[in-house]
Design a protein around this ligand. Structure first.
Ligand code: SF4
Length: 365
């Protein structure tokens, strides 16, 4: 398969830091064990100056971090917008640093979309899932929604959540809460970031009872990957990684300080990864082999089966288990409002392939 002449989907990690400690994210661990830093302005501009007129469709100034941790993020967004106006510009943030001054600037910038990763409504759930203060974040996001409206901005404001054991009882309240405020809401399934979520944390966040969780864990053959032909991820120090799964930087494919992006894209390191992909041998790289494992899904048939089986077992019982309550609600939502939740449902045997979350707009930091 031929790669694009130039990657059309680019993420730039302008800083490697994040202010949250989400249970579903490898950051709390990798930030302690790997070098961290903020991209210097010269490198940032060198990178962005190579992008105009190259067919970039999606440009996102974050990768495994929170973009608002970069104190220069507003002028950097403005620079990207001015230099590469043809690309869609998006940020994904946890929302904790959406302070008034930043909100004012974001409302003026007219980005294509701002995704807020938000996994609950109550202080307890927010603390348990993200280590953040719920009141502060919800106030920030409401403030941003108001500011965008007042500015007549075309920016789409989207709240995204993961379905987790810790938030399953309020996820539908969260959907209603954001919907009532005119904010879009997407729900995504959990994955273990190609094995980078260690120490039993992944298992502890799976949303259902053990047997249901087991049946909802899907495994994909990642012997080939479209990311390698269209996506470029650049870390704060200029290192290039294959995708947002490579939290431990195990597959660095060159450095943007040393060569042009075009030369790197068509250079030996990418070519050898693509050769593995072309010949179905990507599994020879541990990261890619593990990328297809532990993809949680929310399959309609399994949900319906769970509800049916539990209905029989619980006859005469007034209080269905949390798994059953959530399964009923999810099943109903999927049947009645398939567009409301973007669950990334991929059924085993459907022939569809996981494309690697690095290529998904706003799906993951
Ligand atoms: S297979 Fe997975 S880990 Fe490997 S490059 Fe693709 S998305 Fe990244």
């Amino acid at each position: 398969m031929r790669p694009l002449d130039f990657p059309n989907n680019i993420q730039i990690q302008t800083t490697s830091f994040c202010n949250a400690s989400c249970g579903f994210c490898p950051y709390p661990e990798t930030s302690r064990s790997l070098p961290m830093g903020t991209m210097d302005e010269a490198l940032f501009r060198t990178i962005v100056d190579q992008l105009p007129g190259r067919g970039v469709v999606l440009l996102q100034p974050f990768l495994m971090n929170d973009p608002l941790m970069d104190k220069q993020i507003v002028p950097r967004l403005a620079y990207m917008k001015a230099r590469v106006p043809e690309a869609r510009l998006n940020i994904t943030t946890n929302g904790a640093l959406l302070r008034p001054a930043v909100v004012r600037e974001l409302a003026r910038l007219d980005l294509d979309s701002i995704h807020v990763s938000s996994n609950g409504l109550t202080p307890e759930t927010y603390r348990a899932t993200m280590g953040l203060d719920a009141d502060e974040v919800l106030a920030n996001v409401n403030h941003l929604a108001d500011a965008l409206r007042a500015a007549g901005s075309r920016t789409r404001l989207i709240v995204t959540a993961l379905l987790l054991k810790q938030n399953r009882d309020e996820i539908f309240l969260a959907r209603d809460y954001w919907r009532a405020r005119g904010v879009e809401f997407f729900l995504n399934p959990l994955n273990d970031r190609a094995g980078n979520l260690g120490g039993g944390r992944f298992d502890a966040m799976l949303p259902f009872d053990e047997d249901v969780n087991r049946r909802q864990l899907l495994h994909y053959d990642m012997s080939g990957c479209p990311n390698l032909y269209a996506f470029l991820g650049i870390l704060f120090n200029g290192d290039l990684v294959t995708c947002c799964m490579d939290w431990r930087r195990t597959l660095v494919l060159g450095n943007a300080r040393e060569q042009s992006l075009a030369d790197l894209w068509h250079g030996h390191a990418y070519a050898s990864m693509r050769e593995l992909s072309d010949t179905g041998r990507l599994g020879e790289r541990e990261l890619c082999r593990r990328c297809g494992e532990n993809r949680f899904s929310i399959d309609q048939a399994s949900l319906d089966d769970l509800v049916a089986r539990s209905g029989g077992a619980e006859e005469g019982c007034d209080a269905p288990s949390a798994s059953v309550r959530v399964a009923r609600h999810l099943s109903a939502v999927q049947a009645q409002e398939p567009e409301t939740f973007k669950l990334n449902l991929i059924r085993p045997g459907s022939g569809e392939r996981v494309s690697g979350s690095g290529a998904h707009e706003g799906a993951s930091r």
